[in-house]
Design a protein around this ligand. Structure first.
Ligand SMILES: [Zn+2]
Ligand SMILES: [Zn+2]
Length: 443
C-alpha cells in the first residue's frame, strides 16, 4: 500500500495546490515532484505510528481511567515541542503550540475505550480488563478511538514539519470519557477555554466502516441529541398468586415500554428523526413474587430541538399515565441530557470538503446522512466555535463492495467486537486530511 499511496497522494496534493486558490502553504510545493512535503512527512512517520497504533489498541482504558494513554500522548506531544497540561477534566490533556499571529485551531481526539471483549483475533488484540460499574470487564478500542489518537499525533507532527507554511496556535485536545458523554463537559468545567483560550475553529474525525482512503461528511447536524431516561415504577409487592392484593410494577413497566413507542410513531412528525429505546429492564427476583418496583433505562435520540422536547414530554406523560392507570404512585422519572447534536459549520464544511475532494478525489469524499449516534464534541463547539466533524473510512474496499452484494457479509460497525480498522492507509488518510483541514484555516 505505501508505494501506491505515496504516488497517489503525491500527485493529488500537487493537484490540490494548482487547482485551489493558491493557499500560502502551496508556495513551497514544487508542482512537478510526486512527493510533496506533507506526503513525505506522513511516510517518514508511518513505521513509528504503526507501533503507536498497535500499542494503544492493545492497552485500552475506560473513561476517566485513561492514565497510561494520557501519559503516553503527553510525552509524545512534549517531545514535539508542544506545551502540555495534563489532568484537565480528570484525565484530559491540552497541548498548545504557538507559531506566530493567527487563529487558534482545536483538534480533538478521544482517549477512552469500551467495556467489552474484542473478538477480532488480531495479533495486537486487547486482552485488557478493568472495573466497570463495580464489575470486572474486558476493555477494547472497538470504537476506533485508538485510530483517532494515532491520526491526532501524526497530524501534530506533520503540522510541525510544515510550520513555515501556517501561522497561529494549535490547540490539540485529548478528552477522556467520550463514550459516557462526560469527558468534554469535565474539561469545560475545569476551565478549558478560560485557561487555554477559546479556539477560532475546531476539527475532529471519527472512524466509520466505509472504505479506507475515503472520508464522509454531513453538512449541518452530523450526530444526534442524546438524552438518557431512567424511570422507576413503584407498585405494591406481594405473592405471585395474589395479584389483586398487589400493584404490579412489572406490568406497568412492560406497558410503558410498548406504549412509549406510540410517542415516536404517532406524536412526532414522521419525516423528523427520533428514537426512544429501552435498553435495560430490571425488576423482581423470583417467579412467585410480585416486586415492589421496576426500573427501565433507555435513550432518547433526535436532531431537532422541537422533536427532542416532544419526545421527552411524551416519555414523561406516558410514564405518569401508565402508573395512574394501575392506581400506582407517580413514578420517579429522571431524564438526563447526554450530548447535543454536532452541527457542522456550513461555510467551514464546504471549504474543507472542497479541499478533501481535490486531494482524495471527488468519489472518495462522500456526503453522508446524519448519524443517529451521539458525540460530545458538540459540548466544545456548540459555544460558537465553527467546526467540522468528519468520518474516516477504515475498511478494505473489496470487503465493502462484497458487503453490498445480496447475501454479502455485513461489515462490523463501531462497538462490534469484530471492529478492526485496517491501520494503513487509514491513519495516513486521517493525518493527511486533518493536516490539510487545519492548514486551510491558518493562512
Ligand atoms: Zn463509540
Ligand atoms: Zn467513538
Amino acid at each position: 500500500m505505501p508505494s501506491v499511496f505515496a504516488l497517489r497522494l503525491g500527485l493529488l496534493a500537487t493537484l490540490a495546490c494548482t487547482q485551489l486558490t493558491s493557499p500560502a502553504w502551496c508556495a513551497d510545493l514544487d508542482p512537478r515532484p510526486i512527493q510533496p512535503p506533507l506526503q513525505r512527512l506522513v511516510e517518514q512517520m508511518t513505521p513509528q505510528l504503526r507501533s503507536v497504533y498497535q500499542d494503544l489498541h492493545a492497552h485500552p482504558e475506560l473513561g476517566f481511567q485513561e492514565t497510561r494513554t494520557a501519559a503516553a500522548l503527553a510525552t509524545a506531544m512534549r517531545k514535539l515541542g508542544f506545551e502540555v497540561t495534563e489532568g484537565v477534566g480528570k484525565t484530559g490533556l491540552v497541548a498548545l503550540y504557538r507559531n506566530g499571529t493567527g487563529p487558534t485551531v482545536m483538534v480533538r481526539t478521544e482517549m477512552d475505550a469500551l467495556p467489552m471483549e474484542e473478538k477480532t483475533g488480531l495479533p495486537y488484540a486487547s486482552k485488557a480488563k478493568a472495573l466497570f460499574n463495580g464489575k470486572d470487564s474486558f476493555v477494547a478500542h472497538s470504537c476506533g478511538h485508538d485510530m483517532h489518537m494515532t491520526s491526532w499525533l501524526g497530524t501534530a507532527q506533520a503540522l510541525l514539519g510544515l510550520k513555515e507554511q501556517w501561522k497561529g496556535t494549535l490547540m490539540f485536545v485529548a478528552q477522556p470519557a467520550e463514550e459516557s458523554s462526560g469527558g468534554a463537559k469535565a474539561m469545560l468545567a475545569d476551565g478549558l477555554f478560560e485557561k487555554f483560550g477559546k479556539p477560532h475553529y475546531a476539527f475532529a474525525l471519527h472512524t466509520g466502516s466505509m472504505a479506507y482512503g475515503t472520508v464522509g461528511y454531513v453538512a449541518g447536524a452530523a450526530t444526534s441529541n442524546s438524552d438518557g431516561l431512567n424511570i422507576t415504577f413503584h407498585g405494591r409487592g406481594g405473592h405471585g398468586s395474589m395479584p389483586a392484593q398487589s400493584i404490579d410494577p412489572v406490568l406497568m413497566a412492560a406497558r410503558f415500554v410498548v406504549d412509549v413507542q406510540s410517542v415516536v410513531s404517532r406524536e412526532k412528525e414522521p419525516a423528523e428523526f427520533g428514537v426512544v429505546t429501552v435498553g435495560a429492564f430490571n425488576a423482581g427476583s423470583a417467579g412467585n413474587i410480585i416486586p415492589d418496583q421496576a426500573r427501565v433505562l433507555g435513550t432518547i435520540r433526535s436532531y431537532q430541538d422541537d422533536v427532542r422536547s416532544k419526545l421527552k414530554e411524551g416519555v414523561e406523560r406516558t410514564a405518569r399515565a401508565t402508573a395512574a392507570m394501575a392506581g400506582a404512585p407517580a413514578p420517579e422519572i429522571k431524564l438526563t441530557p447526554g450530548g447535543d447534536a454536532v452541527i457542522n459549520d456550513p461555510a467551514l464544511t464546504q471549504r474543507t470538503v472542497q479541499l478533501f475532494k481535490t486531494v482524495l478525489g471527488e468519489q472518495n469524499v462522500v456526503a453522508l446522512s446524519p448519524s443517529s449516534a451521539s458525540e460530545d464534541f458538540s459540548a466544545f463547539v456548540n459555544q460558537g466555535v465553527p467546526s467540522l466533524f468528519y468520518v474516516l473510512g477504515i475498511s478494505d474496499p473489496q470487503r465493502v463492495a462484497e458487503s453490498k452484494q445480496a447475501g454479502g457479509k455485513p461489515l462490523p460497525f463501531n462497538h462490534s467486537p469484530f471492529y478492526a480498522p485496517v491501520p494503513e492507509p487509514t491513519f495516513q488518510t486521517g493525518i493527511t486530511t486533518m493536516t490539510l483541514a487545519v492548514m486551510n484555516v491558518m493562512q
